[in-house]
Design a protein around this ligand. Structure first.
Ligand code: 3HC
Ligand code: NAI
Length: 698
């Protein structure tokens, strides 16, 4: 079947595109559009309409073609054909006109859009810039600042706003084809001009220089380490005071620089990884899902409250259970405060807040859960308490209800064993703050039923989370990998580094925060308390926790007590280095018989990142993660890993597994096999000269 068709309807040449699922601009589509526009030049049509079948207008260039040899006609070739048409071309937009799709529409002479449509240039999210005139036509039509906002954020805007900005000419409701034909007919009848954005001139002015400077600084902060936003600003700057072709030349050069660079490769990898992560190998696509219309949550603490908000936000009623009314009131108070913050940021109206709050009810009796479809337990991290909760749930919940735990580390099978229905039990591991963080680790127990897994993955999408399936082991994917990372941070500290050196290295490399600053944020007492329940063997080498223990025993619990690895200003929460901490570090090093030495930034980076990679390889070997890209999704969406480095496993592929493996062998020699025994899979791939991605595609 052809992806493009052409026919004359009511005197208008209608080019229909049909390239499911999102009408991406594949070679066949580009070729079809060129041929149809050329054909229309010679026939009796009075004007041309480009319209799409299916759920959306063109959603962009075909990302799967990136990195492959280009095939003519290229996207710029196709846009030239449209723009130079002697007959008016109208782009008729529904769904989302994105990236190269919106650039196609901008090249048409007029744009008509359904009221429900959105338009945008999301290339920055792929580490790219709009490479088909978007950086030149958008500022010409909408002005410099709106163009900078739109292109550097990558966020789509509604049709009505696009109309106000001059990016869309006409917004309609109802049947788009009819509306577009009527619009094209009226333009042709009025002998409307062939409006070409390229003909608009942007005159230079003094204030522009300041504006660009402001955006450069803003992007350096908001998109720290990323190349694309800076290149975008340079392109928009090139739209000023010179003709379109000169601007297009700059755009092409800077686009190609990004396209062939590692940041965009990593971000394109993350685009597909996110979508792949939602898929469960071996699960029938038509697995019937259990309906989730009512949800129960046990524990209205830090996590329970945030989890409840996710469901209320999409209109699903929630019942919160607490041990007493005081706990319930405290939890509801925090939820209200969080919603109030969202309102104050202009991201929600008072009415929406009231609606959400109406959907969250509370009780101190488990009987209130008799008719819920899903329960998520978020009580203290103690397996005995969790087992007790699950045996109560088993007694009150209706047959078929999914019983989930938000545990960070505990054995899902042990928890399921406290019920008479282990097939209905699963882990749903949200991340803090649960109303903000996108990741959801869905942890399958050995008895979890297929439809419970499938329903959990689908539910994640409903509440706008990014799900990844994990197997059942201590810490699952994310927290299991965090242990060796944290261990190496502690060992670097005791062997010679300072907290600020370690955090500076990791933050400078792209992490949202360094590991010790994260410790202070989460509270050092959490790890301390968890260690109290472990045997000496489980705790591991005291060198990897003695500093943390000493700080907690001094009352330095992190931000909440005003000091931890750093000192915090009580008013501003600003972080300051603290010589007291270095005294503790030196005392502990002495007690452990360590002669501290200078540690290079490179060693810190390698030890921390390679510790992740080695554990990740073990997780793959054991089948705890379905695929390497799932680990990348966990880290980028749950742990502040920079998306422009593509997650730990993609990063390892980028460095080369041979190099990583050799360095890990050196670490094993220097620091011992206990911490650095290389994963078998890593050794195998390094020997075969392969990448994790190649292994996944085996
Ligand atoms: N190229 C190739 N495949 C694409 C694609 C694209 N541009 N956009 C989406 N797909 C694929 C997805 O991988 C997915 O495949 P799968 O079913 O095999 O997993 C399928 O289409 C459906 O996508 P979603 O699951 O994301 O569907 P949604 O309905 O949730 O979202 C969407 C639809 C909003 C269009 C979303 O897919 C999206 O944001 N796509 C990317 C848009 C984009 O970034 N466009 C710019 C591309 S770069 C460009 O145009 C460069 C130019 O300036 C030169
Ligand atoms: P929290 O201490 O803030 O809240 C726990 C709440 O559960 C308290 O309000 C308590 O009163 C209530 N509770 C205890 N026993 C109960 C029972 N039998 N019935 C009803 N309510 C009961 O704890 P937090 O941080 O919310 O953690 C909850 C769970 O989520 C733990 O398993 C934790 O490991 C996990 N988790 C925590 C994250 C975090 O960053 N805080 C991140 C991801 C998971």
């Amino acid at each position: 079947m052809s992806v493009t068709t052409y026919e004359i309807i009511d005197g208008i040449g209608v080019i229909r595109l049909n390239n499911p699922p999102v009408n991406a601009l594949s070679h066949a589509l580009r070729d079809g559009i060129c041929k149809a526009v050329k054909k229309a030049q010679k026939d009796a049509s009075k004007a041309i309409v480009i319209i799409c079948e299916g759920r959306t207008f063109i959603a962009g260039a075909d990302i799967t073609e990136f990195g492959k040899p280009p095939k003519a006609p290229s996207l710029p070739d196709m846009l030239n054909v449209i723009e130079s048409s002697n007959k008016i071309v109208v782009a008729a937009i529904h769904g989302t006109a994105l990236g190269g799709g919106f650039e196609t529409a901008l090249t048409a002479h007029y744009r008509i859009a359904l009221n429900s449509a959105k338009v945008g240039l999301p290339e920055v999210k792929l580490g790219l810039l709009p490479g088909a005139g978007g950086t030149q036509r958008t500022p010409r039509l909408a002005g410099i600042e709106p163009a900078l906002d739109m292109i550097t954020s990558g966020n789509p805007i509604a049709a009505a706003k696009a109309e106000k900005l001059g990016l869309v000419d006409c917004v309609v409701e109802g049947e788009l084809l009819q509306g577009a034909i009527a619009y094209a007919k009226s333009l042709a009848a009025d002998k409307a001009q062939l409006k070409r954005a390229r003909d608009i001139e942007i005159k230079p002015s003094k204030s522009q220089a300041l504006l660009f400077e402001r955006y450069r600084a803003k992007m350096a902060k908001r998109a720290r380490g990323q190349k694309a936003p800076q290149n975008i600003i340079a392109c928009v700057e090139a739209a000023i005071g010179q003709d379109m072709d000169a601007g297009l030349k700059t755009e092409r050069e800077l686009f190609m620089e990004l396209m062939t660079g590692p940041q965009s490769a990593a971000m394109r990898h993350m685009f597909f990884a996110e979508r792949q992560g939602a898929k469960v190998d071996g699960l029938a696509k038509d697995t019937a899902l259990r309906p989730i219309n009512k949800v129960g949550i046990i524990g209205a603490g830090t996590m329970g409250g945030g989890i409840a908000m996710n469901f209320a936000n999409v209109g699903i009623p929630v019942t919160l259970i607490e041990v007493n009314q005081e706990g319930l009131d405290r939890g509801m108070g925090i939820i209200e405060k969080n919603y109030a913050i969202t309102v104050s940021k202009g991201k929600m109206s008072e009415a929406q807040k009231a609606n959400c709050l109406k959907l969250i009810g509370g009780s101190t009796h488990y009987d209130a859960l008799a008719d819920v479809d899903l329960v998520i337990e978020a009580v203290f991290e103690n397996v005995d308490i969790k087992k007790e909760v699950f045996s109560k749930l088993d007694a009150v919940c209706k047959p078929g209800a999914i019983l989930a735990t938000n545990t960070s580390y505990q054995d899902i099978d042990a928890i399921a064993g406290a019920t008479s229905r282990p097939a209905d039990v699963i882990g749903l591991h949200f991340f803090s703050p649960a109303n903000v963080m996108k990741l959801l680790e869905v942890v399958r127990g050995s008895a979890s039923a297929d439809d419970v897994i499938a329903t959990s993955m689908a539910m994640a999408k409903t509440i706008r989370k990014v799900p990844v399936l994990a197997g059942n082991c201590y810490g699952f994917i994310g927290n299991r990998m965090l242990r060796p990372y944290g261990r190496e941070a502690q060992l670097c500290l005791i062997e010679g580094a300072s907290p600020e050196q370690i955090d500076k290295v990791m933050q400078g490399w792209g992490m949202a925060m360094g590991p010790l600053a994260v410790g202070d944020l989460a509270g050092l007492d959490i790890g301390y308390k968890a260690r109290q329940g472990l045997s000496a063997e489980q705790k591991g080498d005291p060198k990897s926790y003695c500093i943390a223990d000493a700080l907690v025993e001094m009352g330095r619990l992190g931000q909440k007590s005003g000091s931890g690895y750093y000192k915090y200003d009580p008013a501003t929460r600003a972080r300051h280095n603290d010589p007291e901490v270095m005294k503790v570090v030196e005392q502990q090093a002495k007690a452990q018989g360590i002669a501290r030495r200078a540690i290079s930034d490179e060693e810190i980076l390698e030890r921390l990142t390679y510790a992740w990679i080695n554990e990740g390889a073990k997780i793959l070997e054991e089948g705890i993660a379905q695929r390497p890209s799932d680990i990348d999704v966990v880290y980028c969406f749950g742990y502040g890993f920079p998306a422009y480095r593509g997650g730990p496993m993609h990063y390892a592929d980028h460095i080369g597994l041979d190099k990583v493996y050799k360095r890990i062998c050196e670490f094993a020699k220097q620091h011992g096999q206990a911490n650095w025994a290389p994963a078998k899979l890593l050794k195998q791939l390094a020997k075969e000269g392969k990448t994790f991605a190649q292994w996944a595609a085996r």
